[in-house]
Write a protein that binds this ligand. Structure first.
Ligand code: ATP
Length: 322
């Protein structure tokens, strides 16, 4: 079957660079003579038929913008077989030959459910957490890390002026990649991630005391969001070391902002590749980065991959943050 109409949606949490991916999908579809339909608010838009035709100018002036011009959503209805069925019917009614889903693992489960109803899908990893296991990199991750680093640099200035300890929570519910990399980049004394069980004495208090004894007067502790205990850690540091400790939860600031060059280029490359795959009838795959190369994998296989955490880098971080 030749591919005449493609639709594109963004789903799950938004991520800087999603717009660059949408732009690439739209422009590369049109360059190949394919009609392209934008779906608003993720799978909700597919169910409700909130779908519109896009042209070359629909994606003007968005490559540098965070968020997603297609909006995004979490769709509880799409988790039901009735919801998926409805969406598949809408796709068939509009003559959609393929759906490009930009999002995280949850969104790819949705894409798999849709593909099982006969609608070809291709997934593009877009989520700031870098928690898509099959891919070394997800769109938005680089921007989020750079935003976190810039914010923590500012916090560091004030921690230094007051001889304080700053405990900063960064995003990452189940994935410590943002915490690890920003922790290295800001010279954090301790980095707590969901993948490594921590011990309050060994990993925080003893490290602070040791560095204090060799002249350090201010401290940054990075905690991944999934651990949910920045306030407890702060109180414990104050109680055990006497150092004035403050917490900052960076939160959604990490989701927004202009995407970095890396995110824009990756998103553009992946967007073009997704269209190319649908044209070639390479369906029901997830695009991923492996060994720094853009590849694709079957959705089910991609979803069964276990996320790798770079424990060697984590050990190096501990050795140099002293
Ligand atoms: P992020 O990493 O930013 O949270 P995500 O894509 O993993 O992104 P989820 O909220 O897990 O975000 O999933 C997005 C949407 O995908 C859900 O709201 C739901 O509509 C759909 N989805 C998730 N799991 C399934 C499933 N098993 N079957 C059908 N649809 C699903």
């Amino acid at each position: 079957m030749s591919c005449k109409t493609i639709s594109v949606l963004t789903s799950g949490g938004d991520a800087p660079g999603m717009n660059a991916a949408i732009r690439a999908v739209v422009r590369s579809s049109i360059a190949n003579g394919i009609r392209v339909l934008g779906v608003r608010r993720g799978f909700n838009g597919l169910i409700n038929g909130d779908i519109f035709e896009m042209n070359l100018r629909s994606v003007s002036d968005i490559i540098h913008k965070g968020g997603t011009v297609l909006y995004t959503a979490r769709s509880p209805e799409f988790r039901t077989s009735e919801g998926v069925q409805k969406a598949a019917q809408v796709c068939k009614g509009l003559g959609i030959d393929g759906v490009i889903v930009i999002g995280g693992d949850g969104s790819f489960r949705g894409a798999r459910a849709l593909s099982r109803r006969g609608i070809p899908c291709v997934g593009i990893p877009g989520t700031i957490d870098n928690d898509v296991a099959c891919s070394e990199y997800t769109i938005g991750y680089d921007t989020a890390m750079n935003t976190a680093m810039e914010m923590i640099d500012k916090i560091r200035d004030t921690a230094q002026s007051h001889d304080r300890c700053s405990i900063v929570e960064v995003m990452g519910r189940r994935c410590g990649d943002i915490a690890l990399n920003t922790g290295i980049a800001v010279g954090a004394t301790a980095i707590l991630v969901p993948e490594v069980k921590y011990d309050m004495d060994r990993d925080i208090i003893d490290r602070i005391k040791f560095t204090q004894n060799i002249g350090k007067k201010h401290f940054i502790i990075i905690v991944a969001e999934g651990l949910k205990n920045v306030n407890k850690i702060s109180k414990e540091i104050k109680r055990r070391t006497g150092i004035d400790s403050r917490t900052t939860i960076l939160g959604h600031v990490q989701r927004g902002g202009s995407p970095t060059l890396r995110d824009r280029v990756m998103a553009s490359e992946m967007g073009c590749m997704a269209v190319d795959m649908l044209i070639k009838n390479i369906n029901n795959k997830i695009i991923a980065i492996k060994n720094n190369k853009v590849i694709y994998m079957d959705i089910s296989k991609a979803l069964s991959v276990k996320k790798h955490f770079d424990i060697e880098l984590y050990k190096k971080a501990l050795n140099i943050s002293i």
